[in-house]
Design a protein around this ligand. Sequence first.
Ligand SMILES: NC(=O)c1ccc[n+]([C@@H]2O[C@H](COP(=O)([O-])OP(=O)(O)OC[C@H]3O[C@@H](n4cnc5c(N)ncnc54)[C@H](OP(=O)(O)O)[C@@H]3O)[C@@H](O)[C@H]2O)c1
Length: 261
Amino acid sequence: MNSKRERVLITGASAGIGASFARLFAQDGSDLVLVARREDRLRALAHELEATHGIQACVIVQDLSEPGSAAALVERLTRDEIAVDVVVNNAGFGATGPFADLDLERQLAMIRLNVLTLAELTHRLLPPMRRRGRGGVLNVASTAGFQPGPTMAVYYATKAFVLHFTEAVREELLGTGVSITALCPGPTWTEFMDVAGLGHPPLFDLFAMKPDRAARAGHRAFRKGKPVVVPGIINKLGTIMVRMTPRRLVPKAVRRVITER
Ligand SMILES: NC(=O)c1ccc[n+]([C@@H]2O[C@H](COP(=O)([O-])OP(=O)(O)OC[C@H]3O[C@@H](n4cnc5c(N)ncnc54)[C@H](OP(=O)(O)O)[C@@H]3O)[C@@H](O)[C@H]2O)c1
């Protein structure tokens, strides 16, 4: 893996928005490092993109919710001399139900994947980017990051972390040549809903977008150096309404949106 092309590492590339990101960066002519747990899916995608776009795509199978997994991933990159120019921190999952009733280990694994791994990969991979004065990070947050989410309390809080973390680090990176962007999709047709045990709330069916569209918005915003992007007018309006609503009313309203069937 020693080409001079930009190399993009994408976590959660085996499905949904992450697989769409892989296609978009491959169309740019970037080499790829695809990371997730399902090896068959990653290999199929890597073969497809190598054949279609003449890029190199390397597959790393790793459970990024395990303690020490971000360090292990970066050690593997270092050992194999795989320099990364762009990191797309996309892997994530949610879970639905009252916080105190949900399995604790699953909630902690969610925090490790959605928050700790994202922060650690960013911390470990930013310094070489800064030294080179180029590259960047594309973090997948969510419209969930704009408010608390009763019945998905931990998931919403993890996405608030991703959003605020990204905006803060962006300010620190100004003038370094390295950029960082937060993509905040609303409901998107992926495996996310099934994994989260969310079913299909009516609002989801009404407003969900295809993963390609969400990824395209994030890819474009990242290429333009924008701090935050919320794809879709309904999602944008939602984030504005939250800011205009008295804070104490927001959890009640969000709970209705999540749980109404
Ligand atoms: N879909 C939505 O409505 C929506 C809305 C806003 C934000 N998002 C965010 O978008 C991102 C992508 O989700 P998606 O909608 O594309 O869902 P998805 O179809 O379920 O894809 C999730 C991806 O993350 C990977 N992943 C999950 N757990 C992992 C682990 N422990 N270690 C490594 N990889 C793991 C999965 O791969 P493996 O299972 O093969 O490991 C898969 O590639 C997430 O951060 C999610 O929070 C989704």
